[in-house]
Design a protein around this ligand. Structure first.
Ligand SMILES: *Cc1c(COP(=O)(O)O)cnc(C)c1O
Length: 362
């Protein structure tokens, strides 16, 4: 079966991991800061905090922004459940914004309408989590402007979008958000096995996320001097969300091939689009204002009624098609919160016709 996505592991990657295994530090060594530095240089963000998954990165991002019980968080209906779960971990309520049927991303117009009506009813969210679906950058400037106007903080879920660019700005720069999150799961653009990263330009948010990823513990030179070299203090409730050096070494090695991956994915996406010219299905668009990282190539079939048969037929032929995504609020866990079917009509229309075709560098 040709999978819908697959990692690309080179001899250099394997050597990099083996080198860590032979070294002094398997975790909390030099590979993690090296990987973080590489991601800072790529994106221009001031701070990069490696963690053990993008899900953890979303969680520490929410905690750093003080998402708590009584708060509301919005994300987009067309995403992986993790974009919503991070709010629930903090005891907040979740709500969903509908998408644009052309870009498959959050629709800024629907967002504005929803914000206006939430302002009227006093139910504005504390945080909005837009997603750069399939690697296509969401209209981040527009989203940021709305967020400023309504006093909403922004976490970009860029799990699909490392290496993507919009208006000459690398996704991850955090120019139009408070925090951006990357995923390094093997189906994503580059991998660490499991892993994620939270990026920000805000010193306080960076310090908070740094503490939360390691038990809420603080260890400073001043403390050591006054109390002794063994001394540390827990000042908040944190977690063990650290990335290991084994994972980070793979990430560093993969990062060196990111530009080639993006180029290859763009070529392959173009090849699909060319091949489908004149067909009745809708191909995903190429952004005019930037570069998609093409994590996924999702077509929309002309008829929703045939999706199941086409899906099954392709799978039988060894082509590992998939569907991204079931609207999050269709999941039983979210249904019991009272979300009705039909809540985000565009995301539902999109979902009924969507089919993800295999796309990966090899
Ligand atoms: C993959 C993914 C995540 C979670 O990433 P992990 O690193 O597996 O935790 C979150 N959001 C989106 C949109 C994703 O695709």
């Amino acid at each position: 079966m040709i999978p819908y996505g697959h990692q690309d592991i080179s001899k250099t990657d394997i050597d990099a991991v083996v080198e860590v295994l032979r070294s002094e530090f398997l975790t909390q060594g030099p590979a993690v800061p090296r990987f973080e530095k590489g991601i800072r240089e790529l994106t221009g963000a001031a701070y990069a905090l490696a963690v053990n998954s993008a899900t953890s990165a979303l969680h520490i991002a929410c905690l750093a922004l003080d998402v708590s019980p009584g708060d509301i968080v919005w994300t987009v209906a067309n995403t992986f459940v993790a974009s919503a779960n991070c709010a629930l971990y903090c005891g907040a309520k979740i709500d969903f914004v509908d998408i644009d049927l052309q870009t498959y991303n959050i629709c800024p117009k629907k967002l504005e309408e929803k914000l206006l009506s939430a302002q009227r009813s006093g139910t504005l969210p504390k945080v909005l989590i837009p997603v750069h679906f399939a690697g296509r950058p969401a209209p981040q400037q527009e989203i940021w402007q709305l967020a400023q106007k309504y006093g909403v903080r922004i976490i970009e879920d860029a799990s699909h979008a490392i290496g993507a660019v919009r208006h000459q700005e690398a996704v991850g720069s955090c120019r139009w958000s408070d925090i951006t999150v990357f995923s390094f799961h093997p189906v994503k653009i580059i991998t660490t096995g499991e892993g994620g990263m939270a990026l920000t330009n805000d010193t306080q948010l960076a310090e908070k996320m740094d503490r939360i990823r390691c038990h809420g513990i603080e260890k400073t030179a001043a403390l050591e001097k006054s109390k002794g070299a063994w001394y540390y203090q827990q000042v908040a409730l944190g977690y063990n969300y650290r990335m290991s050096d084994i994972h980070a070494a793979l990430g560093c090695s993969q990062l060196g091939r990111l530009a080639r991956y993006i180029e290859k994915r763009n070529q392959l996406a173009q090849k699909y689009t060319k091949a489908f010219a004149g067909c009745s299905l809708q191909c995903p668009g190429f952004p005019e204002d930037g570069i998609s990282s093409w994590h996924l190539y999702v077509i929309q079939l002309a008829e929703a009624g045939k999706r199941r048969a086409i899906f099954t037929h392709l799978r039988t032929m060894g082509i590992g098609v998939h569907v991204h995504y079931i609207p999050v609020y269709h999941q039983p866990w979210f249904q019991q919160m009272g979300f009705q079917k039909g809540y985000c009509p565009a995301a539902e229309t999109y979902y009924s016709r969507a089919l993800t075709l295999p796309l990966f560098p090899a």
